[in-house]
Design a protein around this ligand. Structure first.
Ligand SMILES: *Cc1c(COP(=O)(O)O)cnc(C)c1O
Length: 449
């Protein structure tokens, strides 16, 4: 397959520009999730008309290799025939029943079979709902109110988890968003990631009030910042010693880092597994399906069996669960092997070109999940991640976009690949990299002729 030489001119986007104007009139900022607005990189986002395999087509007919993959779910590529068929078959039988259905059971069985410590799951419709519900369950089960989270970890837009670190270690969180009550953020203790001393200190001060520690299994929402050896084990030991629960948020890593998510790579830590897990993204196959789960005795605290209330009109939706099940069943060993090949091919080429152009950067990994930080030093926590050259990333991003490669529009995100990224798609990325790397050091950010 030959690849068309990359264009060095701006892409023509009149239809996207028009849609953005219309969108801004009726949708705040023109988007239904903030990062899509390109706030961090500037410019107008292409509006996507269709997606197939590794490729996006925008409403002006421009094509892009997709390195967002819907922020993770499209692990098999867009509109994979297996998932498409499952969705069509399910939709033909009705869209939502408000009563139990077989697909819910099959999806729950699939999740339980994949992640050993998860004995039961409750299905919900988004990752936010999963972490919100897991938090309520942890508080209900322990009779405690405080939660520990780590700066730079994102768990959806749950009030208690939209808190930033106050100054100093082991201070209570401050609201990270208008509309989050100070009282809610006050129940959250925000600590630096990969810092067990900070965790020990917080538990020394407030141990008997802490319901749980919630952590991204391997953080991806500040870019990829894997736990340092012993960190997860330390969390397990400290929480157990104080009667608090450990919640591993695998909404991003689940079924992407391995068939059993990050847990499949790291396994039991400190002699036992996390108490609760949250899942989303890949397990929905691009549809709204997510879950939280864990030990059966804990899950029995949920209504209708127990006192912790949790519900959802569309929870376990038959079409979403069919999509999720097909997506997971499509995740064969060959798929994971291909993700490894694709991610390394792209990351190695990016690193090589940035090095040639003299751009300080570091690539970090969690399984086949990777991101590129525009700084020379390794990133171990959010303060490190923030200390990168964001303007350099913006120039790089736009140079890639002009050449038909759609990176996540933020320097704090994973570059998501799929098993549908074939050699044509990978080569299109590799061909775009030299110009984009040079554009970083070009003061006006345009591609050199
Ligand atoms: C995406 C994400 C969420 C939120 O999921 P939504 O479906 O967007 O609500 C929660 N936790 C992690 C780790 C995520 O990556």
């Amino acid at each position: 397959m030959t690849h068309r030489p990359a264009s060095t001119t701006s892409r023509s986007m009149p239809a996207s520009d028009t849609l953005m104007r219309r969108a801004r009139a009726v949708i705040p900022g023109g988007v239904n999730s903030p990062v899509r607005a390109f706030g961090a990189v500037g410019g107008t986002p292409p509006f996507i008309d269709a997606a197939k395999g590794a490729w996006l087509t925008d409403v002006d007919g421009n094509r892009y290799v997709d390195l967002i993959c819907s922020w993770g779910p499209m692990i098999l590529g867009h509109a994979h025939p297996l998932v498409e068929q499952a969705v069509q078959e399910a939709a033909r039988k009705g869209f939502s029943f408000g009563a139990p259905s077989a697909n819910e059971v099959a999806l729950a069985e699939e999740l339980v079979a994949r992640v050993a410590p998860v004995e039961q799951v409750r299905l919900v419709s988004s990752g936010t709902e999963a972490t919100m519900s897991a938090l309520r369950l942890a508080r209900g089960a322990t009779g405690r109110d405080k939660v520990v989270k780590f700066a730079g970890c994102y768990h959806g837009h749950v009030d208690a988890l939209l808190a930033s670190a106050g100054s100093g270690v082991a201070t209570f969180g401050l609201p990270d968003s208008a509309g989050v009550p100070a009282s809610s953020a006050h129940e959250t203790i925000v600590l630096p990631y990969n810092d067990l001393d900070a965790v020990r200190q917080a538990f020394a001060q407030h141990g008997s009030e802490i319901a749980c520690v919630i952590t991204e299994a391997s953080p991806g929402n500040m870019g990829v910042v894997p736990p340092t050896p012993g960190f997860t084990a330390g969390l397990r030991e400290i929480t157990r010693a104080h009667g608090a629960l450990l919640i591993s948020d695998e909404v991003m890593t689940g079924f992407r880092c391995s068939a059993a998510g990050w847990y499949g790579l790291e396994g039991e830590q400190g002699g036992s597994a996390p108490d609760l897990f949250t899942f989303g993204k890949v397990m929905g196959g691009g549809f709204p399906a997510a879950a939280f789960g864990g030990r059966a005795d804990l899950m029995a605290q949920l209504a209708p069996e127990g006192p912790v209330y949790q519900a959802g009109t569309l929870s376990g939706n038959p079409v979403a669960t069919a999509a999720g099940l097909a997506n997971l069943r499509g995740c064969t060993p060959e798929v994971y092997a291909r993700l490894d090949v694709v991610s390394h091919a792209i990351a190695d080429a990016a690193s090589e070109q940035l090095t040639l152009a003299g751009v300080p950067h570091v690539v970090q990994w969690a399984g086949s999940m990777f991101s590129v930080f525009f700084r020379g030093e390794p990133v171990r926590c959010y303060d490190d991640a923030k200390d990168q050259d964001l303007a350099a990333f913006s120039r790089f991003f736009h140079a890639m976009l002009r050449q038909g490669v759609h990176l996540p529009p933020s320097a704090f995100e994973v570059w998501f690949v799929s098993a549908a990224h074939d050699d044509e798609a990978v080569n299109a990325v590799i061909d775009a990299l030299p110009g984009a790397a040079r554009a970083v050091t070009d003061s006006d950010g345009t591609l050199p002729a």
